[in-house]
Ligand binder design. Structure first.
Ligand code: COI
Length: 355
């Protein structure tokens, strides 16, 4: 049995890779810190987590995850704060969301406090991997997969949960060009759209590649039934600033319950900005773009925080949006969120977990 507050077993790496790593020049998701957390679910219970050197896994080619994609993941970040310490941001929200994903994917719930303790310990151990600079952070990737060696289609009995971290800088170097997708679908009612499961991302690869071949960075996903309402932007939630009102699709089961989305909504509302979570029609946004009332649009996610949209291609027309330097609302909210993360201003929301 595992309990909270237990001292976690740590096997340190014999030789850190940090001295030979150039933290100034890193590509998102290509560089991995020294250690990882590993925790197994066996015989109906989670075993104690352990921290060990980051390294390859030994697994059966018949592991269920490799065939039927029973796997979920999360993404969150730790930031260097103004006092030189480290702030983990909203880890409890990520862990809670992971448990929602686990339920949908027929996986066992994870013990939230145990995972939080293990995550804190991991970040503490590898904190020197956080690069310096305003755009830098440690990206934390918890994930869980079905480990049974079996080809029958059924939920696995065994699972492995791993957490590793990556030093990261900005995700997108420039505002993105997007296309409204009205043929392919990312999600549909009753499906897995809300869960952060690997299959959602795999299914989006081909439509995204088609869009990229046409010259777009990302797709603006629309609902799977009618293609009349916006859902997400690439792998992120989407926001539109129409005449100073921040509009975003409501969470309806097909949309990821974005934690950055939630932070943006709370900060914007507290800044006195009108925020609307509702169905957002493609037609309404196209009309607003045509009439110059669409002041900005952006994707929101952990990796990029805010990914400004430069232009939107609708079926028959492409609209360029105002220059990023004029996007007061998005810039205000983004700056405020960053100030909270880095401890430059007080955190009234209890999002920061100093470690
Ligand atoms: C995020 O925006 O944080 C994501 O989930 C993207 C990730 C798949 C790299």
């Amino acid at each position: 049995m595992i309990t909270t507050g237990q001292k976690i077993a740590i096997q340190r790496t014999a030789k850190s890779r940090l001295p030979e790593t150039d933290l100034e020049n890193i590509k998102f998701g290509r560089v991995f810190s020294d250690h990882m957390v590993v925790m197994d679910f066996e015989d109906g219970a989670w075993k104690a987590p352990a921290i060990m050197p980051f390294g390859d896994l030994k697994m059966s080619p018949a592991a269920l995850v490799l065939h039927y994609s029973q796997t979920i993941f999360e993404g969150l970040k730790a930031y260097r704060n103004v006092n030189g310490g480290v702030n983990l941001i909203r880890p409890k929200a990520n862990i809670a969301r992971m448990n929602r994903s686990a339920k949908r994917m027929c996986m066992p719930p994870i013990p939230e406090d145990v995972i939080l303790d293990a995550m804190i310990e991991l970040v503490r151990l590898d904190q020197d991997w956080i690069p310096k600079g305003d755009d830098a952070a440690l990206y934390i990737r918890p994930f869980m997969f079905a480990s049974d060696q079996y080809l029958g289609v059924r939920p696995s009995d065994g699972y492995r949960l791993i957490i590793f971290t990556c030093p990261v800088r900005g995700y997108y170097s420039e505002p993105v060009k997007v296309k409204v997708e009205t043929h392919f679908s990312r999600a549909f009612p009753g499906g897995t759209g809300e869960a952060k499961c690997g299959g959602n991302y795999a299914g989006a690869l081909y439509p995204s590649k088609v869009g990229m071949d046409e010259g777009y960075h990302q797709l603006l996903w629309t609902d799977g039934l009618t293609h009349k309402y916006f859902e997400e932007s690439g792998t992120m939630n989407v926001f539109f600033n129409v005449d100073g009102t921040l509009v975003t699709p409501a969470l309806d089961g097909t949309i990821l319950r974005g934690i950055t989305r939630d932070s943006i909504i709370k900060i914007a509302a507290d800044e006195g900005i009108r925020v609307e979570e509702r169905q957002v029609s493609v037609e309404e946004i196209e009309v607003a773009a045509k009439n110059g009332r669409l002041r900005s649009a952006f994707g929101a996610g952990t990796a990029a925080t805010i990914a400004h949209i430069q232009s939107i291609a609708f079926n028959n027309a492409v609209y360029d949006l105002p220059d990023v330097s004029t996007r007061d609302l998005a810039n205000l909210v983004g700056t405020k969120l960053d100030d909270i993360r880095r401890g430059r201003i007080a955190d009234p929301y209890d999002w920061v977990v100093p470690i």
